[in-house]
Design a binder for this molecule. Structure first.
Ligand code: SF4
Length: 106
């Protein structure tokens, strides 16, 4: 069965190991088209503002990119934010694994 994570099983939720992932979320609000997919996938990190654009909860402004927000999280459920990034139609959410330095979504 093909999942939204494709063949990369490393980031699937594993209740036994309870591995914690340190991730950086980068979100460019300028490109948000208000589809709401990120809120459905990861309500712990996104909510809609009064104009129905997504807000990155507890995100901080990017030091140089205006309209872009950044947040670092520790989570045992990396698939939530990865699904948010992968289902975002304009692809304005990026997820970086801070352990490897690699972009893991979208
Ligand atoms: S999924 Fe993307 S376009 Fe849709 S509300 Fe979230 S950030 Fe905006």
């Amino acid at each position: 069965m093909t999942t939204i994570l494709g063949d990369d099983k490393r980031y699937e939720h594993d209740k036994k190991t309870r591995k914690k992932y340190r991730l950086r979320i980068i979100y460019n609000k300028n490109g948000c088209i208000s589809s709401g997919h990120c809120i459905l996938s990861d309500p712990y990190n996104f909510k809609l503002d009064e104009e129905f654009k997504a807000d990155l909860l507890e995100g901080t402004p990017h030091p140089t990119a205006k309209g872009t927000w950044v947040k670092e999280i520790e989570t045992e459920e990396p698939h939530l934010i990865m699904n948010a990034a992968k289902t975002c139609t304009p692809r304005v959410i990026a997820v970086i694994d801070l352990e490897t330095g690699k972009r893991i979504a979208p």
